[in-house]
Design a protein around this ligand. Sequence first.
Ligand code: NOJ
Length: 446
Amino acid sequence: MPKVTFPESFTWGCATASYQVEGAWDEDGKGESIWDRFSHTPDKVRDGDTGDIACDHYHRYKDDVALMTELGLDSYRFSISWPRCFPDGKSKLNPPGIDFYSKLIDELLEAGVTPFPTLYHWDLPQALQDGGGWANRDTAKRFEEYAFNVVDKLGDRVKRWLIFNEPWVFTVMGYLNGHHAPGIRDASMAMRTTHIVNLAQGMAARAMRETGNVEELGSAFSMTGAYPASSGEDDRAAAERRFAFNNLWFLETVQNGRYPDAYVGGTDLARLGVEPDDMQLIKAPLDFIGINLYTRSVVAHDPQEPNLGGRDAPVDGVERTEFGWEVYPEALHDVILRIWNDYKLPIYITENGCSYSDAPDERGVVDDQRRISFLQRYIAQVARAIDEGADVRGYYLWSLMDNFEWAFGYSQRFGITHVDFETQERTIKQSGYWYRDVITENGFSY
Ligand code: NOJ
């Protein structure tokens, strides 16, 4: 039985996001977000599900912190809803909104759980979307103000912050293929949004540091292992371009003030809408890198694809989660080592987990052995990367509890706690008890 151990200072946590768990979508002065608008529009989300109530975490946060204590978490990663704090995205503060996060932070600290907030996990104020959203450079300015104000108000008790969650996903899914809010399909607009989000990240990073409250600053980037379909030079080059676009598009920029080489024939800065001095604004080196990783892609060279010159090669006969993602634990090790070697910054695994729909049996037990097996294999790869020299400081499991899985609504369950969405009853799954023991022992055997 291999034994997997972690450094004593290693942080164990769970992650969630505001729209996915809070509910209370229009309470206490909260403004409408693009996800409220999107989920209230017919045919956008499976089964017409919305985040109107979600896990009702807004009202049940005390019970949920108690749940975290039961699981023995060191830390909790959550996100702050911009329209809850600033209903129209501009400077007028909604005191009850920010107060909710203030109370949550106090409750966490009281329970000995370190708060790890993300400023933006996709719920843009709809009022800003009405002005163009992330396609309007003014949104970067508004985000800079929002970031300053939140850190100014909550930073007396929070030292480690994340700016964005998965900027690649919310720009590509929101503006290129329209699967996510705001549901736009416009390739050239999508390219420009990536640049404006990069600008916003650099501007917010400086503003957050100006408060004097920040000790450690990062973003959580969606990363995927990108492996060539063959050992041929063309496939290898295509996989490299995919790695650059998926994993580095918002990281190489903030660290080094340049776009990575993802495009066949180089990056067209005019197409991105880059203006003079933008790259200096974008460069604002982070203190750590957050990696969200679930699976890998296998990439084949495709000369018909004019941008990245590649496509996903089919991968047959492999193990997949219920979400359809391939289970490929080595990708976590490989990506950590590559990012560590290239950037030499501390790393947090800000998300990793899997969707399986196991429900309580007649004894009330949720026996989700497939999740335990998934977690054992992925977390072992984190330990392997640490043994090989990578400075990985923590692991945040997605998710603390089943929640609203975006366009898939409640049909996908990623939690280590089962949520009955009719009654809001929480039931810790077997994987939750397993994770509690991992935290107690700072490791596991399997
Ligand atoms: C990434 C996102 O950050 C999170 O919101 C989502 O629920 C999980 N992955 C699972 O898809």
